[in-house]
Design a protein around this ligand. Structure first.
Ligand code: LLP
Length: 420
């Protein structure tokens, strides 16, 4: 966590001006803690690099959809990237604007298309010919024209985890590069569609710029062909995907990333077009930690286990992608460290949060699972009838509850038993 909002003073972890131990005391654990300052700085890194250029930032809501988080971005004038009408509702509830929102996703339902059209979203990122037809029909029934961009699959290797790589031919995403020109020609014929852009998203946790430049080269070549066919492409959406440091990764700095892409587009003679970014992880990932308390230490023959009160239902990334999250003590101890697997109480061998971690810890101690702001709470579940964690936002010396911890009775409130 470079220039982090989370740092130690005399061996005690702080989130901005508040000690993490006092947060756990006040709000309980497991607890997601976000830093307003870290969110603000990450957004500014994008926005400042876009200033004076024809470029806009659309926050990928899926990475962290808490209303307070979205609202911090909305106040700074951010646009948003959504993948469901649920996310649209969150954007609007958080003070974001539909006209600054792009709608991505491979399987939008007719009802979602209708809601988004009525709200007046800025663009639909369409991924297939059947989706073009469906959107055209819905727009027709509303007497509207839907603004569309086609998500093209540029078939580049983003060199990231296979589950979060999306720009290869073998992925379900986007229109195949070889079919894109013809697909644009079809879209043009649909009376209730307004073709305005092109987009791609090649994957997530990408730590190099070169795959983006490869994708851009292919996209811009296509734009030239499409315009030769008589359509005009106003914007190029490069998607999200910029990686963060979880361990020892060295992704490009946000400003450098934005400038390199914009310069590349200008150099290729496309500077007149507006460029959209759709960052998620790089805005929120290192702005959040998950606090958890150690229930038991369990020595084993081959491994020692630290059993904590957070689990795979709270943070799914280790179980799902074998993802690495740094795990640090909230109050450092002087004793000798031992090696532990940090695991949760869920009845699955896959329920682990960190493996082979050197920690000096005792039962009852608090741990912080770092870089948990992106794809953390949003991917959490109620597996094992575990209420989802509370979320708080720290702002200087203040901490505010921004999502209440769930109560067990809420979890089955919508269920019923057979009458006889
Ligand atoms: N735009 C589109 C169309 C996307 O599909 C995504 C993420 C983004 C933008 C934002 O990407 P980011 O900047 O956050 O990399 N759950 C996985 C990550 C899934 C990413 C899905 N798409 C994880 O925890 O690593």
């Amino acid at each position: 966590m470079s220039h982090s909002a989370f740092y130690y003073v005399d061996g005690v972890l702080y989130a901005e001006g508040v000690s993490a131990a006092s947060l756990a005391e006040q709000f309980g654990t497991p607890l997601y803690v976000y830093s307003r300052d870290a969110l603000t700085r990450a957004y500014h890194a994008y926005a400042d690099a876009c200033a004076g250029r024809r470029a806009t930032v659309h926050v990928a809501v899926k990475a962290n959809s808490n209303l307070a988080v979205l609202n911090v971005f909305a106040r700074m004038g951010a646009g948003f990237d959504i993948v469901s009408s649920g996310e649209l509702a969150r954007v609007l509830a958080a003070g974001g604007k539909a006209e600054n929102t792009v709608f991505s996703g491979v399987g939008k339902s007719a009802a979602e298309m209708r809601e988004a059209l009525e709200a007046g979203v800025k663009c639909f990122n369409v991924e297939s010919i059947p989706e073009l037809h469906a959107l055209n029909e819905v727009a027709k029934s509303l007497g509207k024209k839907a603004p569309v961009s086609l998500r093209v699959n540029p078939d580049v290797d983003a060199k990231t985890h296979p589950y979060i790589s999306t720009g290869l031919k073998s992925n379900k995403f986007g229109v195949a590069f070889k079919d894109a020109r013809a697909t644009y020609a079809q879209a043009r014929e649909m009376a209730n569609l307004d073709v305005i852009g092109i987009d791609c998203h090649i994957g997530s946790q990408i730590t190099e710029i070169s795959p983006y430049l490869d994708a851009l080269d292919k996209l811009l070549e296509l734009v030239e062909q499409i315009e030769a066919d008589g359509m005009s492409i106003r914007h190029v959406d490069v998607g999200g995907g910029l990686g963060i440091t979880y361990d020892d990764e060295t992704p490009p700095d946000i400003g450098e990333f934005v400038k390199t892409l914009l310069d590349h587009i200008e150099k290729r003679g496309h500077g007149q077009r507006e460029v959209y970014f759709e960052p998620g992880r790089s805005l929120v990932g290192n702005a959040g930690v998950l606090l958890t308390r150690i229930e038991f230490l369990k020595p084993g023959e081959e491994k020692n286990f630290a059993i904590v009160d957070a689990a795979m239902n709270d943070l799914a990334r280790p179980a799902m992608y074998e993802a690495f999250h740094r795990i640090v003590p909230v109050v450092k101890r002087d004793e000798k460290a031992h090696k532990y697997d940090v695991v949760g109480p869920v009845c699955e061998s896959g329920d682990w949060l960190g493996r082979d971690r050197e920690l000096a810890i005792a039962p009852g101690d608090l741990l912080a699972i770092c870089s948990a702001g992106a794809y953390g709470f949003v991917m959490s579940s109620n597996y094992n009838t575990r209420p989802r964690a509370a979320e708080i936002m720290v702002d200087g010396e203040r901490a505010r509850l921004v999502r209440e911890r769930e109560e067990v009775t809420q979890l089955f409130a919508g269920e019923s038993i057979l009458p006889d």
